[in-house]
Design a protein. Sequence first.
Length: 254
Amino acid sequence: MILTRRMILSLAASAPLGAASLPQQSAGMALDRAFPDPHVSFLLTDCATNREIGSRWTHPMNPLPIGSLVKPFTALAYGETHGFRYPTFTCSGLHCWLPQGHGRMEICSAIAHSCNAYFLELARDVEPEAVECVTQRFGLSAPDPGAEAAALIGLGGAWRISPVTITRAYSEMIARSFDPGVRELLAGMALSGLSGTGRGVGRGAYVKTGTAGGDGYVIALFPIDAPRFNLLVRVRGVPGAKAAWVCGKMRTYV
């Protein structure tokens, strides 16, 4: 899926909101009641103001591994020094989570399917200075200097970011939808909800999944034409693609 000009323009037109409205607050309470499973954590915020609408997440300010949720920011760091020209790459399954491989990937499809092989290829050619620049711009904690390619795509748990910080970074991505390289990432996240690892969330949302420490993570920003809500979900003991189905059900309460 490629974003239309109308979709991109409407993102920029989204006006900042004030305090969370009563309907928003009710949505947060509804999520807490409808999903009592202690294996499910969530953080729902206003995409424009970063105000919390609802939350059930122990210590949401504590950094933790979040897996592939870091991939879009590594892609931006790559783009900084490559004129935002992203390569194509054929994933054979080597060094990827999908044994049979994803086949021919470009940046949008690699985001949608969270292709490890594609992002490892990018990460091997990412300048540390570019990573530092991107993390500062999006308010992220940076990985350790000299971090290996695997860490830059969320493998191994070395790059830790708090739930609150990553939700704000994704909301900032929406606010920067006209920045070089961001449009391609958003197109990939839209495609994820249609046919990628985030298809459990469904169409009409920007979605990115991740898996770390045996837990599944998914972040969804919606509605797609002018995102107001940012929903981060963690489900214990499942991969990110399965967590996306829980997120999809939660989305119906917002």
